[in-house]
Design a binder for this molecule. Structure first.
Ligand code: AR6
Length: 184
């Protein structure tokens, strides 16, 4: 575990399973359908139970009939999870880097934090968005993730702790190394 102070908030990088986090909210790396999938999305819906999917269905009906656009975020309760809320966001699919992937990935983090503040959330955990099935190279993605979180916390210090939970050893090592460079 590595901890970095950004004004009055902390960014904490750790290895683990995000579905076990007892933060106020965890972030789901979803797809525009919000109807579940593999990877971290599948794990969150499996452990969180059907209530989360039901709420996602309502969000689709009322707000996003064509799906949640890339870079946007919505919030549901946490169902059976320890976390009270799940924030669902959609990262970009990596297509070589010339299709605004960086900007969209930044927005996914930034908009998740914005919606968290609007709900009074003080502790939140992120997975490494887009770096699994969506193929975003881990090092480039970690730079954007950490920059987005840092820049948000510099402007807005309501959130006390932002956890980044890495599932794989190598991802954890990359995030730690990049964080040493850009958060210190
Ligand atoms: N806790 C933390 N991180 C996890 C967990 C977990 N339990 N499980 C996987 N990861 P991915 P994406 C990591 O593929 O690339 C889904 O089907 C994993 O090691 O889950 O954003 C959605 O429905 C990787 O580093 O998401 C979308 O269709 C990171 O989570 C699509 O995948 C993200 O990998 C989204 O692709």
């Amino acid at each position: 575990m590595e901890e970095f102070q950004i004004k009055n908030s902390k960014i904490i990088i750790l290895k683990g399973d995000i579905t076990e986090m007892n933060t106020d909210a965890i972030v789901n790396s979803a797809n525009p359908s919000l109807m579940g999938g593999g990877g971290v999305d599948g794990a969150i819906h499996r452990k969180g139970g059907p209530k989360i999917l039901e709420e996602c269905r309502k969000i689709r009906e009322k707000e996003y009939p064509n799906g949640l656009p890339i870079g946007h975020a919505v919030i549901t309760t946490g169902g059976n999870l320890k976390a009270k809320y799940v924030i669902h966001t959609v990262g970009p699919i990596w297509r070589g880097g010339k299709y605004e992937e960086a900007k969209l990935l930044y927005q996914a983090y930034y908009n998740s934090l914005k919606i968290a503040v609007s709900k009074g959330i003080k502790t939140i955990a992120f997975p490494s968005i887009s770096t699994g099935a969506y193929g975003y190279p881990i090092e480039e993605a970690s730079i954007i993730a950490l920059k987005a979180i840092k820049e948000f916390l510099e402007k807005e210090d309501f959130i006390e702790k932002v956890f980044i939970v890495l599932y794989k050893d190598r991802d954890y090592e990359v995030y730690k190394e990049v964080a040493e460079k850009i958060l210190k």
